[in-house]
Design a binder for this molecule. Structure first.
Ligand SMILES: CC(C)(COP(=O)(O)OP(=O)(O)OC[C@H]1O[C@@H](n2cnc3c(N)ncnc32)[C@H](O)[C@@H]1OP(=O)(O)O)[C@@H](O)C(=O)NCCC(=O)NCCS
Length: 171
């Protein structure tokens, strides 16, 4: 089994819907009833109906029979709904592939891209019960800066805390 990480460009040809199907499959592997909604989201994301700069990172797995499947995804978004800050969103690794370093490697891959573009401050909003994600981000140098957070569409949620990584100081 081989895994590879790559960035998907927002200018991706939407007529080729296979990538949208695969991405929706990753996010909805535990909730297949959400696939339709998820596909709509990915279409909006790649077609820029959702505004703001975006980076999409995926991990692809090649099986013994040479078949490829997506096993992880994370998005980086400079959201106009949240003071134009760069947010890490939608991090997901399918359940059977967790705890193998895939989540951390994808986040780090995106952070490297942002760092090379001179972006210094990256935030992530994490539900305060989500220990795996909190530990993952702390291991990359994120620190908690607030209890509760305005979500990426501008709503305050007291169960979601904000973590920030200051690239200049920590890398
Ligand atoms: C959070 C998530 C993406 C982590 O992905 P992953 O590929 O399993 O994570 P990694 O293997 O890269 O783990 C990196 C670090 O995170 C922490 N971590 C990951 N899973 C953990 C778990 N189940 N329990 C405790 N710590 C955990 C550990 O510190 C780990 O480092 P270590 O293995 O050296 O101890 C995955 O659990 C997931 O998809 N969860 C559901 C969706 C979700 O909650 N997304 C985050 C939204 S903010």
């Amino acid at each position: 089994m081989k895994t590879s990480i790559k960035k998907i460009d927002c200018s991706y040809n939407l007529e080729d819907n296979r990538i949208i199907d695969k991405l929706a499959g990753v996010l909805c592997f535990e909730e297949p009833e959400m696939i339709k909604k998820s596909k709509e989201f990915w279409n909006d994301w790649f077609s820029n109906k959702i505004e703001g700069d975006k980076i999409t990172i995926v991990t692809e797995k090649t099986n013994k029979d040479n078949k490829q499947s997506l096993i992880g995804v994370v998005r980086f978004w400079k959201t106009p709904y949240c003071n134009n800050k760069w947010l890490i969103e939608g991090l997901e690794v399918i359940a059977t592939e967790r705890r193998k370093g895939i989540g951390r490697t994808m986040v780090k891959y995106g952070l490297d891209i942002l760092r090379k573009s001179g972006i210094e401050k990256i935030s992530v909003h994490i539900r305060n019960t989500n220990i795996p994600s909190i530990r993952l981000h702390k291991s990359l140098g994120f620190v908690k800066v607030s209890l509760g957070a305005i979500d990426s569409f501008g709503e305050f949620n007291e169960n979601i805390d904000e973590y920030i990584l200051l690239l200049k100081e920590t890398w």
